[in-house]
Design a protein around this ligand. Sequence first.
Ligand code: NAP
Length: 287
Amino acid sequence: MTATIIDGKKVAAEVRSRLATNVASFTQRTGRTPGLATILVGEDPASEVYVANKRKAATAAGIADFHQHLPATATAEDIAAVIDALAQNDDVSGILLQLPLPSGLDSSRLIDRIPASKDVDGLTTMSAGLLARGEPGLRPCTPTGIITLLDSANVPIAGALAVVIGRSQLVGAPVAQLLLHRNATVVIAHSRTAELASLTKQADIVVAAAGIPALVTAEHVKPGAAIIDVGIHRTDAGLVGDVLFDEVVAVAGWITPVPGGVGPMTIATLLENTLRAAEAISAASDL
Ligand code: NAP
C-alpha cells in the first residue's frame, strides 16, 4: 500500500486564490480593505523571512500591510504602545506579534494585549479560552490548516481515533481541541507518555508535532491511517519532519510531506483569519 500524499502547497494555493476573491468582494461590499499588522522586534533572520513571507502573501491577496519593525532594544512598554495603537486603528483587522521576541521580553503578556477580535494568530488567552469552550473565535493558524488539509483529502474525522503527539499552545493543544470539536476521539501524547507506539498504532489520525526528527516510524502506524507531519527540521539532506516519510508512506493511507505539507497552510490560514476578523469587525460596526 502507498499512501495518498496530501499536497499542502496545492491546497494552500487553492485557499489563497479563493481568499483573494473573497477579499475583493468584501472590499467591494463594504468599501473597507482588510488590514494585517505584523510586528517584528529585533533582527532575527528566520523571523525576518517569516514576516516577509506573510506580508507578501497578504499583499497578494489584497490585504493592506501595516507592518511595524521595532529595534531589538525595544522595551515591553514600547511594544505594548504599538499593539495598543494598532488595536485602536479601524483600518487594522489583524495583529500578529512575531515570535520569538528578544530575550527578556514576556511574550505571553504582550500577546495578551492583542484584542481577541484582532488575534489572527489565535494565541491570546482569550482566543484559547474561546477554543476550549467551543465558542466562535479566531483559531491558531497551523492547527486550523491541519484540519483544512484533512478535509481536503476527505479524511473522516468524526468518530476517528486521533493521537496528537505534542501539547504546545502553538500546535498540539489547539489541534487536539479542533479535532475534538469535529467529534474525533482524541488522545494527547507528550514527552512523558509511555508506550507511544502502542497508542499511535491504534490511531486513525496521527498528528506529529513533537519537534523530534523521524520520531514516527512504520512501527507507529496503523495501515491506512492519516499521518500529519508538523515537524520542521533543517538537516544536511534538506528539510525533514517528525515522521520517517520513506517508511511510513508504505503503510499509511494519507500522509503530508515535509516540505510542502502543513507548512504552506499556516500562512494561508493567517490570511483567512485576517478576512474573518475584518468581516466580524465590519459586522459589529454596522450594528
Ligand atoms: P514544542 O513547543 O517544543 O512542543 C513539543 C511537544 O512535543 C511538547 O508538548 C513535548 O512534550 C512533546 N514531545 C517532546 N518529545 C516527545 C516525545 N518523545 N514523545 C511525545 N511527545 C514529545 O514544539 P511546537 O512549537 O509545538 O512545534 C512542534 C514541531 O512543529 C517543531 O518541529 C516545529 O518546528 C514545528 N512547527 C511547524 C509549523 C508549520 O507551520 N509547519 C508551525 C509550528 C511548529 P512536553 O509538553 O511534555 O514537553
